[in-house]
Structures are given as structure tokens and as C-alpha cells.
Design a protein around this ligand. Structure first.
Ligand code: M6R
Length: 580
């Protein structure tokens, strides 16, 4: 969702801000804009994607500026609705990520006092409120005054003519500040900052900061506060493609390393003890993170005998049944609004809370009682890949710890098998998928959520309708959709569900559906019954969960690539969904 970047220092801000916005593109956006301050405020803003030309932003003078990529919520993605937004005088400019819930009332009030609005956005009210409160030399005070009127969520940056810095504020939307050498920066996440500094401050809800060339001051509720300066461990290379044509492919290939590093670094002892002690364990997440929760449920129940409920963040917050025990939020970004609201609800019910996340300093880390980190590094592709297998690494460790090391052997070899799964030949399967309008993905037990994840990957980047189903459920309705043009991707691995999977596949073949079978390398029975056989390296079930995932991610990637889709930035999607 919307990306924010700000700069104060000795360099020309315009081009630097544009480059910063390019690094935030992965979050998803439909317009962009930059405002810089020289003698007055200059604004460049447009609908659509940032054009590739390198000198964009060069015409904007000044060493102070703010930039924004907008993912439309209020008002269409047009030039005039793009941020930054200015006040009536054009002396104040604002960028904003979040939603101002009471904007309609505020706008009416402001228009009543003679303010002229130039956009349909909720954000513009902020510029006019700051305008009303503004006194020269007192931009922070004016912003504080404006914020008192706002309901909703925001991360904002504000500049004003003759003011020597940027004022930044956050409430329920992420904002990171960077401290460089004679320069300071602000951004929605760390990616635009890595080129300039390794020292960052994560603002807390309610903080209002002033960034100047020489440093940053922060206030909360009118009182000066100190926030810890943290050292970033991600490096610039982590946010480059490293020779791969897409971030998604690079991130798929990073998985063996990410898995290895996550299992090595995660200390699951405390959360394992909490799970053991808690009568109820609830896992919450959205999208891919929800699927990780479903796999985790299987692992924890099958190996540790711990009953687990898994809920979507977007549903849980409206949940009527009792909310008790330990509630664990699973979220790569740590900023997904639905997941955060669900966790807030758990806190309101006095539950113990924990988080599994990839982003140090993200909102979820400040909300949960206990945090386990995945070591996936920055995930730029909108489609989650390495963050999913890293989440599974955490839950495999937890399940193993809770079952006297039952999964330790699988954990020790999984990264090698994942490396092998990166080389499996997929051409036959890809050509079946590229010609399809609909694809089913089926599995049983833990391979059902793996199938759900495979279908999610396929639909979001290839735009082919794909549905994940428990294999046994197909004949309770979806069989009506099977035709020779509807491929089914079936995961059939050794174990208690194997026989039932083979029967299901034969039933699909009887309806003439082409079947892509994912199975154990030596499985000739499966290979004989399916149209295309994709062998997984030999291994235990826990490893097959990971290798089947890698194969399905690659199937989606190569299908989307064959269809020339915009793989890293699929239409209508945002990497970090920070609104409800
Ligand atoms: O950052 P989160 O893990 O909380 O994000 C949740 C979902 O928005 C995310 O997993 C989404 O489904 C993926 N980008 C899909 O690939």
C-alpha cells in the first residue's frame, strides 16, 4: 500500500526521492508524486507508474522533500488525487499513508471556512488543518494541532515554505526514520533508507518528529521522548535483483538459505512453553500467512498433540466465540491492518499474545507480548514466497521442540531438498497451465493448505482463476467444473492419504481433466496415472511440505512469465495491506 519517503540534507532531494519511491514500488501503487522545498514548495505528481527515465525529479530544486506512491482508497487514481497534497496557499505539502475516517466531516467544516479542495482524497484535509494552525517557525505545533482533529490511521510527512525540515507523525501506519551523516530520512519501510544509513528509529503510535539536517527530535503527547536507534541488519544487495529477472524468482531461490538461517536463529523455547501451558492456541493471519497457520495447525496437532484454531485476521476481529489462551499473529510485514486489529482484540480479551514476523520494529512487534522473527530478509515481490517457508521453519521448530525433537531430522535436511526442488523440470506443467482458464489445486492433510497456497500464487501473478481444495471435497460440487480444459494439480505423497489421493486422481481422469501430479521421485504408480509428473526429492512429510511449496511457487512464476505478466507488481495488489 502507499509508500512514503522524505529527505532533509545536503543532496538534491528530487531525484533521491524518486529513487526512494522506486524502491517502494513493490508495495503496490497507482500514482506517485514528490514535493520539494527550495524557496517555495514545488510539486510533481502523476497517475500511473513511475516512468523509467533516470533524470525524473531533477527539475525539482531543493534539499528537503517528500514523496509518495499512492494506492487509491478515497478518490480515483488520477493526477489530482496523487500525493503530495497542498493547502490553499501552496505553502504546505503533505503525504499520507492510512485512512482519515472523519475526513468527510472535516472537509465540510473546512469548506465552510472558505478552504478550496483540489482532490477527492481524505488526505487533503490534513494540509488545510495544518494551514489553519500554522505560524512561521512552528510547523510541528501546527501538525500536532491538526492531528488532534483526525480519526483513523496515518503516517504523514509535512513540509512548509521557510521551514528547515520535515515533520513526521504516525498512528497505526508504519514510519521509519533514518539518521545519516548530515542528513535524515523517513520512509514507510527500510528499503529506501539502506543506501544512506544503517541507523534507524521506528516511530511509535502518537509520535510526532521533526527531521533536520543535523538530527531528529521526537515528541509524544507534547513531551520530548527518546526512541532507540537501531542498527539495520539488511543490506543494499538484499533489495536488488542480483541477476534474476524478477524479485519473485530471486526470492524463490533464496529459500534454502532463508530456511537454514531461520531454523538456526529462532529460539522457540519460550513460545513452545506458552503453547504447552495454554488451553487454547489460536493462530491468525491473512493470505499466505493464514496458509502458514493452517500448515502450522497440522504440525502442532499431529506432532505435539496441541489443539490449534486458525483464523483469518479479517474475520477474527468480528468473531463472536470466546477468545482465550495464546493468540499468535503470523505476518510477514508486521503491518497488515486486519491481523493487527485481530491481535488488538485478543489483547482486549486479556489473552497472551505472540507474533511471528519478518520485520524488526514493525507494528506487530510492539503489540505482541512475545515475538519470533523469520530471517527472510526484505521480500520485494508482492507474491509471498520465502516469507512463507520461513514461517513454516518457525513452526517446524516449535512442533519439534514440543515433540522431543521428532522433526529435527527433517529440519536438518530440508534446505538441501528445497535446493533440489529448484531444479525440477516444469515445462510440461507450465504449458498445461498457460492454456487454462481455471486450475484446481488439491491435496489432503498438510498438503491441502499447500494446495491453497499454490492456487493463491497462481491466481495472483498469472491472473488465471485457480482454486485450492481438499482433494476429497471435489466430488461434493466442484467436479461439475472438470473438463479437458481444466487442469488439476494434485499433491499425492506417501502417507495415510496416499491411497485416497490416487483414487481421487483416477476420478478426475475419468472426467477427462488433465492432471499434474506432484509426488515422491520414485512413485511410478502416480507417474503412470497423471498427465505430467513432477517428482519431489525423497524425504519425510515435513520436507515434502516445503519442496511441494517450492514447486508450486515455480509453477505459478513460470506460467505468469510465459503469459508476460507483471510478476513482481501484479495488478490491483499491494505488498503490505495496511487498511482494513
Ligand atoms: O504481511 P502479511 O504476511 O501480514 O501479509 C498478508 C497477506 O497480505 C499476504 O500474505 C498476501 O496474501 C501475499 N502477498 C500473497 O502472496
Amino acid at each position: 500500500m502507499c509508500g512514503i519517503v522524505g529527505y532533509v540534507g545536503r543532496r538534491t532531494a528530487g531525484p533521491l526521492l524518486v529513487e526512494g519511491l522506486r524502491k517502494l514500488e513493490y508495495r503496490g501503487y497507482d500514482s506517485y508524486g514528490v514535493a520539494t522545498l527550495h524557496r517555495s514548495v514545488s510539486v510533481l505528481k502523476k497517475s500511473g507508474r513511475i516512468p523509467p527515465q533516470a533524470d525524473l525529479g531533477k527539475g525539482l530544486k531543493g534539499k528537503i522533500g517528500i514523496g509518495h506512491t499512492r494506492w487509491a482508497t478515497h478518490g480515483e487514481p488520477t493526477d489530482r488525487n496523487a500525493h503530495p497534497h497542498t493547502d490553499c496557499t501552496g505553502r504546505i505539502a503533505v503525504v499520507h499513508n492510512g485512512i482519515i475516517e472523519n475526513y468527510a466531516k472535516l472537509r465540510e467544516e473546512l469548506e465552510g471556512r472558505g478552504h478550496r479542495f483540489l482532490s477527492d482524497t481524505d488526505t487533503e484535509v490534513i494540509a488545510h488543518l495544518v494551514e489553519e494552525a500554522f505560524q512561521p517557525g512552528k510547523l510541528q505545533e501546527a501538525v500536532e494541532e491538526a492531528l488532534r482533529r483526525l480519526e483513523g490511521s496515518y503516517a504523514i510527512l509535512v513540509i512548509a515554505q521557510d521551514e528547515p525540515g520535515i515533520v513526521a507523525a504516525r498512528k497505526s501506519s508504519p514510519l521509519v526514520l533514518g539518521i545519516g551523516d548530515g542528513e535524515t530520512l523517513a520512509a514507510s519501510d527500510m528499503t529506501p533508507l539502506l543506501e544512506y544509513t544503517e541507523r534507524v528509529i521506528f516511530l511509535e503510535d502518537g509520535d510526532v518528529a521533526t527531521l533536520r539536517e543535523g538530527g531528529i527530535t521526537i515528541c509524544c503527547n507534547g513531551t520530548a521522548v527518546q526512541r532507540p536507534v537501531e542498527q539495520v541488519t539488511w543490506c543494499l544487495d538484499d533489495v536488488k535483483k542480483g541477476g534474476f529477472p524478477h524479485f519473485m524468482l530471486k526470492e524463490i531461490h533464496e529459500q534454502p538459505q532463508v530456511f537454514y538461517e531461520t531454523v538456526r536463529s529462532v529460539d522457540a523455547r519460550e513460545m513452545a512453553a506458552q503453547m504447552r501451558a495454554s488451553p487454547w492456541v489460536t493462530l491468525i493471519g491473512c493470505g499466505t500467512s493464514y496458509h502458514a497457520g493452517l500448515v502450522a495447525k497440522y504440525l502442532l496437532e499431529a506432532h505435539a498433540g496441541i489443539p490449534v484454531r486458525v483464523e483469518m485476521g479479517s474475520e477474527f476481529k468480528y468473531f463472536a466465540p470466546p477468545v482465550r489462551g495464546l493468540v499468535v499473529a503470523i505476518t510477514q510485514s508486521g503491518e497488515t491492518a486486519d491481523t493487527l486489529m485481530a491481535l488488538q482484540k485478543a489483547r482486549a480479551h486479556n489473552c497472551q499474545t505472540a507474533a511471528v514476523t519478518n520485520v524488526v520494529g514493525s507494528s506487530v512487534t510492539r503489540m505482541a507480548d512475545h515475538v519470533l522473527y523469520t530471517r527472510a530478509g526484505p521480500e520485494i515481490g508482492v507474491a509471498a514466497t520465502k516469507s512463507f517457508t520461513a514461517q513454516l521453519a518457525v513452526f517446524l521448530q516449535l512442533a519439534s521442540r514440543l515433540s522431543d525433537g521428532a522433526l529435527d531430522g527433517a529440519i536438518a535436511t530440508a534446505h538441501l531438498a528445497m535446493g533440489d526442488a529448484l531444479r525440477t523440470e516444469l515445462d510440461g506443467a507450465v504449458s498445461l497451465c498457460t492454456g487454462a482458464k481455471d486450475i484446481f489445486f488439491v491435496g489432503r492433510g498438510p498438503f491441502y493448505p499447500v494446495a491453497l497456497e499454490g492456487a493463491l500464487k497462481m491466481k495472483e501473478i498469472s491472473y488465471i482463476h485457480a482454486e485450492g481444495y481438499p482433494a476429497g471435497e471435489l466430488k461434493h460440487g466442484p467436479f461439475a467444473l472438470l473438463t479437458p480444459e481444466t487442469p488439476v494439480v494434485a499433491i499425492a505423497l506417501p502417507g495415510p492419504t496416499y491411497g485416497a489421493m490416487i483414487s481421487n486422481i483416477k476420478e478426475m481422469k475419468a472426467r477427462q481433466a488433465p492432471v499434474i501430479g506432484i509426488g515422491d521421485a520414485g512413485d511410478t504408480e502416480l507417474a503412470d496415472v497423471v498427465d505430467v509428473f513432477l517428482p519431489l526429492p525423497d524425504g519425510p512429510e515435513a520436507v515434502h511440505i516445503l519442496t511441494a511449496t517450492v514447486i508450486l511457487q515455480r509453477l505459478a512464476y513460470h506460467t505468469a512469465d510465459a503469459l508476460s505478466r507483471d510478476i513482481d507488481r501484479p495488478r490491483n495488489l499491494a505488498k503490505s495491506v495496511t487498511v482494513e
